[in-house]
Structures are given as structure tokens and as C-alpha cells.
Design a protein around this ligand. Structure first.
Ligand code: FMN
Length: 156
């Protein structure tokens, strides 16, 4: 099965988990680049507000064509109970090309369920598998075990 892991990461947590998923599933991997500056305190506040308002960020052109893949794993940090703005753009641009999707959220503590619901609704697809990783658990061995199960689930 040809699999693409595509993710956005502001501070590296989602990137770390996405890389582990790609390695375990022998998938291609690509980062979504938000062309808006998201570093700094003011930008942090704006990011939360933009996510809540369902604003799409301008993103860099992606290299991998999602059309080519049997399944696309989409990874996002939870921002104000929603997906990151750059992920919203990516799904909006690619939803008609997806065959199957699986979803990854990383978060401090809450908001994953609403984020999944929005991602499924925007893509028009029901996810084959979903996994939430808390920021503090990203590098833990037990997370590795959960990621193995996630990969198994979407590879069926
Ligand atoms: C603008 C903003 C809003 C956030 N909102 C939430 C939230 O609603 N719920 C939550 O649990 N974590 C929230 N977080 C924390 C991130 O989801 C979490 O730290 C995530 O693992 C960061 O991933 P990254 O390093 O890939 O950017 C927020 C972070 C940012 C920057």
C-alpha cells in the first residue's frame, strides 16, 4: 500500500510523531509549510484565533501528489480545539484526491475530537484510523506501541 504521511508542526512535536509513523509504515513523508510566521507570543495568539475562525493559511506548494497514494495520514497539532490553519488549507486543496485517510492529532490536553470531526467533514472522508498523542508523551516507549497499533489499523 502506498502511504503518504503529511503533517504540519510548529514546534516539532507533530513532526516527531509523524516521522515515527512514516518509519513504521514505510511511508513517504512531507511537511506542510505555513507561509505565515507563527513564531512568537503575538503570533501564538493569532494562530489560535485563526484556527478558531477556520482561516486557511497560505502554504508552500507540496512535492508529493496525494493522488498517487492509497492512503494519506494527515497530522496536525490541535489549535484552539481545531486543526492548524495550514492543515485546513492542505485538506481543502487535496480532498478530491484522497482515496483513504488516517488522522494524527498532537495536543496538550483537549480538543482532538472536534479536530477529527472537522477534518473528516472538510475532507468528506471517514478516517480509517485516528491517533491522539499528548505533547508530553510524544517520545515515550508506550507511544511507540500505540503507533504500531495505529499503523496496523490503517494498513488493513
Ligand atoms: C495556537 C495554539 C493553540 C493551541 N490550542 C490547544 C488546544 O486547544 N488544546 C490542546 O490540548 N493543546 C493546544 N495547543 C498545544 C499544541 O496542540 C501541542 O503543544 C502540540 O503538540 C504542538 O505540536 P507541534 O510541536 O507539532 O506544533 C495549542 C498550541 C498552539 C500553538
Amino acid at each position: 500500500m502506498k502511504t503518504l504521511v503529511i503533517y504540519y508542526s510548529r514546534t516539532g512535536i507533530t513532526k516527531k510523531v509523524a516521522e515515527a509513523i512514516a518509519q513504521k509504515s514505510q511511508a513517504d513523508i512531507e511537511e506542510i509549510i505555513d507561509l505565515k510566521n507563527r513564531k512568537g507570543v503575538w503570533e501564538y495568539l493569532k494562530a489560535g484565533r485563526d484556527a478558531m475562525k477556520r482561516i486557511q493559511s497560505e502554504i508552500a506548494v507540496t512535492k508529493n501528489n496525494s493522488d498517487y497514494y492509497d492512503l494519506v495520514v494527515i497530522g496536525t497539532p490541535v489549535w484552539a480545539g481545531n486543526m492548524a490553519c495550514a492543515v485546513r488549507t492542505y485538506i481543502g486543496q487535496n480532498k478530491d484526491k484522497f482515496k483513504k485517510i488516517a488522522l494524527l492529532c498532537t495536543m496538550g490536553g483537549s480538543g482532538d475530537q472536534n479536530t477529527y470531526a472537522e477534518m473528516e467533514s472538510l475532507s468528506g472522508k471517514t478516517a480509517a484510523a485516528k491517533i491522539t498523542v499528548r505533547t508530553r508523551d510524544a517520545g515515550k516507549p508506550e507511544t511507540g506501541v500505540r503507533l504500531d497499533e495505529f499503523v496496523k489499523q490503517f494498513s488493513l
